[in-house]
Design a protein around this ligand. Structure first.
Ligand code: COA
Length: 194
């Protein structure tokens, strides 16, 4: 597939199809479904995410979000995807590759969320499995990192099921839900197997 041979940072990425899911960049017309799913999942998501700004679910904040995503992609700093269920194209969640460091690192970090009605149905496992070949193929990364709060059993389970190895423990690593929280550090290398 031509897409897997090269990536143009300045153009919208084509959608990436996986097993039961499609990953694609968010666009303005995703706003209503995105905001509804995030609102419906607020209690489920907020303990594990940076504090949501008060205007986070507004259309203008979504527009700003899209601008930031486009700029980050142009600069090869981050790639943000929404995850859609194959078949009916329902939005189920989001998956972002961020903090890309080139040069001798060739590393990026993944972050993810799934809407509460779609939790524990295998969608994020499928999405991460879809993203991995894109990262190690056309993006030429060598290492993918992820971090999660030790009590986040869902995230720990997802990472371990997706071939990430636990590498360490970082104190006060990220400000999540308004507090600096310790995190478990995970990584998967290009040549690691599931
Ligand atoms: C973490 C999260 C993205 C997982 O998405 P998901 O689509 O539900 O994950 P999957 O259905 O693919 O499950 C993958 C594995 O994760 C683990 N898991 C998922 N939900 C779990 C739960 N409620 N309790 C324990 N383990 C769970 C299991 O090991 C599961 O594999 P299994 O079903 O074969 O046992 C989702 O729970 C979520 O969005 N949580 C809130 C936000 C969040 O934690 N973001 C990440 C911050 S680091």
């Amino acid at each position: 597939m031509a897409f897997f041979r090269s990536v143009s940072f300045s153009e919208p990425l084509p959608a990436i199809t996986g097993a039961g899911v499609v990953l694609r960049m968010p666009v303005a017309s995703d706003y209503a479904e995105w905001a509804a799913l995030r609102e419906q999942s607020r209690v489920f998501l907020t303990p594990w995410e940076p504090t949501w700004p008060v205007d986070d679910l507004t259309r203008s904040a979504f527009r700003r979000r899209l601008k930031r995503y486009a700029e980050d992609q142009r600069n090869d700093l981050a790639y943000a995807f929404l995850i859609f269920r194959s078949g009916d194209n329902a939005l189920v969640g989001g998956l972002t590759l961020a903090n890309i460091r080139r040069g001798v690192a060739q590393t990026g970090s993944i972050g993810y969320w799934v809407g509460q009605p779609f939790a524990r149905m295998g969608y994020m496992t499928a999405a991460v499995r879809t993203l991995i070949p894109f990262c190690f193929g056309p993006l030429r990364l060598h290492r993918l990192e992820a971090a999660c709060i030790p009590t986040n059993a869902a995230s720990v389970g997802l990472l371990e099921k997706s071939g990430f190895k636990r590498e360490g423990y970082a104190r006060g690593y990220l400000c999540i839900n308004g507090a600096w929280q310790d995190h478990l550090l995970y990584a998967r290398l290009k040549d690691d197997r599931d």
